[in-house]
Design a protein around this ligand. Structure first.
Ligand SMILES: Nc1ncnc2c1ncn2[C@@H]1O[C@H](COP(=O)(O)OP(=O)(O)OP(=O)(O)O)[C@@H](O)[C@H]1O
Ligand SMILES: [Mg+2]
Length: 375
């Protein structure tokens, strides 16, 4: 999959831009605050429909402008796809609209049209940071490959919000209403757990393989899925039964605590090397290598699911890695149709670089490759 043209107007610090990136590894260099990450954010938005960093979507619109537009033509194995997102100021917030091949589509229909794996320094916290980061990782990876997953997850979150609101309402709790919510949560939740369990099993195998290639087989990496509740049998019917039972068993405690305590919104992922849990015992270097293996595995599984290499968006991450890890990561991805890599320094250029672009004040110019290629 590769972007042949990107058109942006009034997005972040870009007033108007048309960019026709090369295939292969495109390196975007520029000083701080020039628009490197903004460009990756725009590409990622066309893949996941969401910003990888904005808490407020209205911030994506250029200051003072009413509407932002991001559009791309993407060459996929089944032909050319046009994807666009239009963000319009609405009161204090913003409204988003999605288009596919010029026609307005829902968020769910938009999702999965452009497959991308994003990797930024923040991801280095995936191992030891809060559990919500690991659930977010699973949701993004699974939603891109599996539209059904996205639907079930959206339903689950919607019902969970209603249930939490009911639990927080002062006065006696409506038992029948809670039960209805629990039934809906169990149905959607069982699908989520089944999909996550299957995905993590494959992810763990794939990550272990690349990790072994880098550090040797003695330090075996394993990724374990720890669903809420614990399940012993991974068949969909058994998961549903366990979840239903766990929800009823925790009901009294949930009423007392006024919040939902059981279900996949409490799931965890745990990483271990040679049996030692990385979040507790791993060195910084071990954690970094494990995240690299995780991202390489996410890339490989998304390529398998879609039948072609996804886009790779690396924001500043190469400068966070030593030369060995950089080489190991890029060298492992196999056939890479297109990658966008941002960097402040030119000497950071990876050897696979196809083209270097200079970004300054929301404008892009071709920059000569130069002699300063390093690993
Ligand atoms: N809505 C907006 N309107 C106008 N400018 C914006 C908006 N949002 C962000 N910016 C500006 O965009 C600029 C570039 O941001 P970006 O994060 O892309 O920089 P960068 O090139 O990645 O820099 P760094 O190397 O520091 O990561 C910043 O100066 C920021 O203030
Ligand atoms: Mg940046």
């Amino acid at each position: 999959m590769r972007v042949t043209a990107l058109e942006v107007s009034n997005f972040r610090n870009y007033a108007a831009l048309r960019f026709e990136p090369a295939s292969g590894v495109c390196v975007l260099v520029g000083q701080n605050a020039q628009g490197k990450s903004n460009l990756l954010e725009g590409l990622s938005l066309l893949s996941t429909g969401k910003s990888f960093r904005a808490a407020r979507e209205v911030d994506l619109i250029k200051t003072g402008a009413p509407v932002a537009r991001i559009a791309a033509s993407v060459q996929t194995r089944t032909g050319e796809v046009q994807a666009a997102c239009i963000i319009t100021r609405a009161g204090e917030g913003a409204r988003k609209k999605f288009l596919r091949n010029g026609r307005s589509v829902s968020y769910a229909q938009f999702l999965g049209g452009i497959a991308a794996v994003t990797f930024m320094p923040f991801d280095l916290q995936l191992i030891a940071g809060p559990p919500a980061l690991r659930r977010r990782f699973l949701n993004i990876a699974l939603s891109q490959a599996n539209r059904q997953y996205y639907h079930q997850h959206a339903t689950y979150l919607h019902v969970l919000m209603q249930k939490n609101a009911a639990l927080k309402t002062p006065g006696p709790v409506n038992g029948a209403l809670l039960q209805t919510y629990n039934e809906q949560l169990a149905d959607a939740g069982a699908h989520i757990i089944a999909a996550r369990a299957a995905y993590v099993r494959r992810l763990s195998q794939e990550a272990a393989t690349v990790h072994a290639r880098w550090v040797g087989a003695a330090e075996e990496l394993s990724i374990a899925y720890q669903p809420s509740p614990d399940i012993s049998d991974e068949t969909p019917a058994a998961i549903l039964k366990s979840l239903q039972a766990a929800l009823s068993a925790s009901s009294a405690l949930e009423v007392m605590r006024k919040t939902s305590l059981m279900g996949p919104h409490r799931d965890e992922l745990s990483f271990a090397v040679a049996g030692a849990v990385l979040a507790r015992f791993g060195s910084q270097g071990q954690q970094r290598t494990a995240v690299l293996a995780l991202k390489a595995a996410e890339y490989a599984l998304l390529a398998q699911a879609t039948g072609e290499p996804p886009l790779l968006l690396l924001d500043d991450v190469l400068s966070e890695l030593d030369a060995d890890r950089r080489r190991a990561f890029l060298g492992n991805l196999g056939h890479l149709e297109q990658a966008f890599i941002t960097s402040v320094d030119r000497p950071e250029l990876p050897s696979q670089t196809a083209r270097v672009y200079q970004i300054a004040e929301g404008r892009i110019a071709d920059a000569p490759l130069g002699a300063a290629l390093s690993a």
